[in-house]
Design a protein around this ligand. Sequence first.
Ligand code: ASP
Length: 609
Amino acid sequence: MYRTHTCGELRLAQAGQEVTLAGWIQIVRKFGSITFADLRDRYGITQLLFGEDLNAQLDQQPLGREFVVQAKGIVLERTNKNPNLATGDIEIKVTAFTILNKSVTPPFTIQDETDGGDDLRMKFRYLDLRRNAVKKNLELRYAVNRAARNYLHENQFMDLETPFLIKSTPEGARDFVVPSRMNPGQFYALPQSPQTFKQLLMVSGYDRYYQITKCFRDEDLRADRQPEFTQIDCEMSFVEQEDILSMFEGMIKHIFKAVKGIDYTEAVPRMTWEDAMWQYGNDKPDIRFGMSLLNIKSAFLKNGEYPAKGQLLAGTDFKVFNDAETVVAIAVPGCADHTRKQTDELTEWVKRPQIGMQGLVYIKVNTDGTYKSSVDKFFSEAQLKAIADAAGAKAGDLVLILAGAEERTRKAISELRLEMGERLGFRRKDEFKLLWVLDFPLFEYSEEDNRWVARHHPFTAPKPSHIDTMIGNDPVIGNAAEYLKHPYAQIKANAYDMVLNGNEIGGGSIRIFQRDLQEKMFAALGMSKEEANHKFGFLLGAFEYGAPPHGGIAFGMDRLCAILGGSESIRDFIAFPKNNSGRDVMLDAPSAIDQKQFDELQIKLDLKQ
Ligand code: ASP
């Protein structure tokens, strides 16, 4: 037997017992004729005490960092207790030890505060995983996994596996493809999600399905994305949107309770996509704090003139506002005392290419009741007050205003709101606020192809009252500049996202389950009948054999864990993640393959430069 106890287990109650531990040497300290060593395993750290009697053996077999050691000894009460360690009241007086394996000097210290940089830690990820900080993250991930499974099992969901080598199921990203040796010249695709399979399982009658599974998307990796990631993927039959919302609100609350001990009893608020976009400038608002947007033009321009050019507030002559498509404001609490230097810095911040604004206008609502702004020349104090009041500013607040083209300005003010929320400490990592965003547009305009693409995916059902608009109108857009006027721009979907602290953690929809409507959907996306049959004939066929009404959702497991763990980075919660260029630096993958492998696949490599 290698061990009687783990390194995290022993307490004063075991004093006097003979025990055997096994683990890794974290550190060795020599004090005169005695030697102390910290022995670590997954469960904790226990101090070993080697007396004089073992010095000869220690001289012959010196201990080093990360050596694997088995130590037999007696549990003793420590004279010098360590309150920061769970086992800090005791130590083991070693009577015999064996070095089970040596270690070369590790490339970084395996401690909470390590000296290893990111790249080095990723290259030696198996050592990084020994660190307590990383281990805690994986433990949290396992707790989330367990809680989800328990909840879904209790609710009659079946965990069913679906294949990885499939035919492309486009969901807006590029597929990873895998060549088939047995079918030369043909390729599988790795699933972007199990979407069509889970729908087929509904057709088969497995009315509650789930799977915690990998999805693969060959996207340009924006910050903190992974080419393979994990979803808690779910589907249900005979449900309406309301059934899904309540089932999965339940699941998330169960996870909160099981993993964080949080009783999230209040109902998750709901907001339409339209409201989210106008109140927060984005479709995944962080509602841990207020500072919602004021659309100044629609607030002050009368007679439905918005969006339009025109004088903002009678008699004002500020071209920047008058000419802009959109003028939006937020009231930042308690920042009226910002100095010139601070407001200049904010102006620079919004001018950065990522934000892309021309400038920033501010109004200070001073505590003495006066108003001071960067546009005093153009606006009377009464007008400044009118804007500040409409933005919900109180005495001591700073109103920040951006003007420009609608989409960019809305995005910019949303970023500015998040930045100010961050600076003011409103985005607390230990506060969790959930939100459902509903009624997403069914279609999105693709500038590249001048056609409609599915905003969620092509299997999402339009709102029943919008089906006629979809069927009754030609999808062709014609003049690209006019796409917003096309009736399709108004069609909403039975689609929903769950948002946590400003991050989309889950998304899904009620599905189309009739062949003819699904065919019309494919046609609306510019697919010919042949193309639709070639790509999705199996699904269209299945819909002819009694497909039940169904819908589902998938949660991003990695992101959910990162937020619950208070981290910005999903990589911290994945045992073997890839870096920002999609590389596994430990394996050095992707990499070239042998000529023999190409030959077997009957593929000749001819890389275009
Ligand atoms: N398959 C979808 C996704 O990956 C989720 C769903 O609609 O259930 O986003």
